[in-house]
Every structure is written in C-alpha cells, then in structure tokens.
Design a protein around this ligand. Sequence first.
Ligand code: GDP
Ligand code: IMO
Ligand code: MG
Length: 419
Amino acid sequence: MILGLQWGDEGKGKIVDVLTRDYDIIARFQGGPNAGHTLIFDGTKHVLHTIPSGIFHDKKINVVGNGVVIDPVIFKNEIEKLKAVGVDLKNKLFISKKAHLILPTHRLIDKASELSKGTKKIGSTLKGIGPTYMDKTGRNGLRVGDLSEDDWMIKYDNLKNKHLNLIRSFNVDIDFDIEELSNNFFESIEYIKQVKFIDSEHFFNESLKNGKKIIAEGAQGSLLDIDFGTYPYVTSSTTTAAGASTGLGIAPNKIDDVIGIFKAYTTRVGSGPFPTELFDDIGNRISKVGNEFGATTGRPRRCGWLDLVALRHSIIINGVTKLAIMKGDVLSGLKKIKICTKYRYKGELIDYLPYSLESKNLEPIYEEMSGWDDDITAIKNMEDLPKTFLNYISFIQDWVGVQIKIISVGPDRKQTIIV
Ligand code: GDP
Ligand code: IMO
Ligand code: MG
C-alpha cells in the first residue's frame, strides 16, 4: 500500500510509478478526480486524476477500485490524453463495477454547498466528491455496474431531479445548463465503455492466490481522512490504510507493507488548520522552489515546516512499515530548518494530535537543525547526501520509529534513492 501521510500532494504518483516495475497490478482504492498525481519521466510530465499511476508501464494491469468515485467526463479526458501520447490501454485498464459515478449535479451540489458556507468553505476541488459519497452511503448512488442495466437512465433522471431540488434549497446563484451537462455525461459514458468493467474484488483475490503482487494506490493524505483528518476540512473518503481493504475488497491480513509518503516539509491546499504554516519569506521560497501549485486546480499550496506530531499520528493510524521522504532538494540552501516536535495546546505541552488543530488553542514548538547548501538532485546513493540532510533523516526516523527506505531528490522517476 502506498499512501500520503500529510494533506495530500506528497508525491504518491511518482513513487507508485517508480515501484510499479516490481508489481503486477496497480489499484486506486478511494477518492476521485480531486486527486492529481504527477509523473515525470523522459522529459515529459503527466498528471493523472482517476487512472492509477502504473499506467505508463507495459504489461501491468491498472484497476480503478470500488472505493473510487468516477466522473465519466474527466475519465474520458484522461483516456484521450493517454492515447494521444501513445499509451495502449487495451487489457491494461479495468474499472470496478461497484465504483460509484459522479453525476454533473454532484459537482453542482459541491459548488452550491461551498458558496453557501462563505468564509467557512472547505476549499473543495469542486469535483463532486462529497455529494457522490453522500449518495453512496445514503444508498442512492449510481454505480458503474448499473450502466449495463436497461433502466440506468431512469435512475440517472431520478437522482438528477432530486439533486436539482437540493441545489435550489441552498439559495445561492449558480448558472448551469442541465441539458448540456447531461448530454456530455451520456456521451462520456459511451466512451468509457471501451474500458472493461470487472468484479474487481474477485479479480484481486484470484490474482493474489496466483502469486501476483498488487500496489494499492492512495489518494489525498491521512490528514484529509474523513475520520482521522482535520474534520470538517477533509475529503469524504477513508484515505488511511483501512480504506484500501474496503476500497478494493482485499482483507487486512493480505497487506504486507504500508509505505507512507511525506514531504520534507508540509503543504496544504484548501482551507483548514495547519499549525506549522509559514507566512514569511521562507514559506514563499518553499512554494516557489517546490513549485507548490495544485495539480488538479492550479491553486497555490500553503507551505510550512515538517510536523512530526502530525506525521506520527498518520504513521500510527496507517500502520506504516516504511517511509518515503520527498522533496528534500527544495530545502537546499536554507541555513536553518525547523521541525515541529510538540504543540502547546491550551497551555500544556503535548506530542499527540488533539481533537482540534485550530490555531487559537495551539502553537507548534520547534527544534532547529542545520540545513544543507548542496544541490542534491543528481545524487544516486544515500551516503553521498550532505551530512546535515542525513542528520535530518535520522532525526525523523528516531522520532517516529519507522525507517526511511525511499529518498526522492527531484520530480523525475530517476531522481529516487532506494535505501
Ligand atoms: P501526489 O498527489 O501525492 O501524487 O503529488 P502531486 O503530484 O500532486 O505533487 C507532488 C509534486 O512534487 C509534483 O509536481 C511532483 O512532480 C513533484 N515532486 C515529487 N517528488 C519530488 C522531489 O523529490 N523533488 C521535487 N523538487 N519535486 C518532486
Ligand atoms: P492528491 O491525491 C491535496 C483537499 C481540497 C480540500 C479538501 C476537500 O493529489 O494528493 P474535495 O475536493 O475532496 O471536496 O476537497 O481536500 N484535497 C486535496 N488536497 N491533494 C489532493 O489529492 C486533494 N484532494 C482533495 O483542496 O481542501
Ligand atoms: Mg496531488
């Protein structure tokens, strides 16, 4: 399992792509096109939203699992982009029949809901994720497998009409042309039928029985988890390890390794508390050097120091067995680096995540370490890394009690040190 330990955008896509070589099947287990996973190789950048990050490798099977929510319009676009760069998807990409569909009206509900919240908005990517999971758990959703039934258009109409009433009840002004949106949706549904719809839970378990190896690819990050994240400023799925079992139908005792990905600092896009956020020149510098702009929405990501209290929370919730540290190259040139090891919470020093991370109650407490000046982006072996960066790595490992096994020193597939 490969998942993000912060607020998303840790570099999951890159690591899935790097590790795909050693696996047979790559499966996304939750979230939807709110994700943006960036892969860079041979001088080209690719961004994936729903399709798993193993898609560029030959002879590997990529599956969109039952826990994912699919927007056919965005999915069609992704397929077209892959075809345009010569990726052959035949017998390589499957969708679970149990995955739920994002309707155009789900996106509109997202928009109406955010508008109605004003300054308290979540900062959603507006891809209709929350409303689609609401219909899933409310037992009203439309699933990929329904598309083979004769009455799916009736189901669509019923759901759409219910949504239109709900949108009116928000009392906000949004413009849309429902005919056009519906036609676009129908056309995309026909297009994505070229991808095989499968009973993915059977496929995974048969494959495991036959000795195949699977990567479960997470989206978002643990601090955006619906239960253990910074609620309500979270996404609507289980982004943590348990989500891979429900999102794929693979039992917890079949999971060997949980690889937790984190940046050498922290970023967050959208609203919500962020204790180590920087509002100064260092924050601006990290944003610029790290090119911290959302891969899905293009919004600037908020930047701050690494937060070990939050990181350890994520490691525990997920049962992380190995860590991957990303973007250490972005911190090159900083004389001093801060790392949060405690919070002052309502006057007391604590080293665990409290109920709320709102800044009025909470102040991060830092330790300071020496930075590194060298350009590390071409380094291939761990022992060639600057001593101060190795100290930083040791400090993190000792503090959280899990080994760092992957060190990413640049965005390219090749800029990866496997320890
Ligand atoms: P994901 O959503 O977790 O897959 O991450 P994103 O793709 O949204 O964001 C990660 C960004 O960091 C992408 O632009 C990557 O190309 C880039 N990236 C990944 N690893 C590194 C690294 O080690 N160094 C640098 N400088 N960039 C990286
Ligand atoms: P990847 O997989 C970073 C954030 C949004 C918002 C909140 C809720 O690329 O790491 P939603 O669209 O789910 O209603 O948004 O979650 N968010 C992400 N932030 N990376 C992502 O995905 C995200 N997906 C959602 O910015 O704050
Ligand atoms: Mg991303």
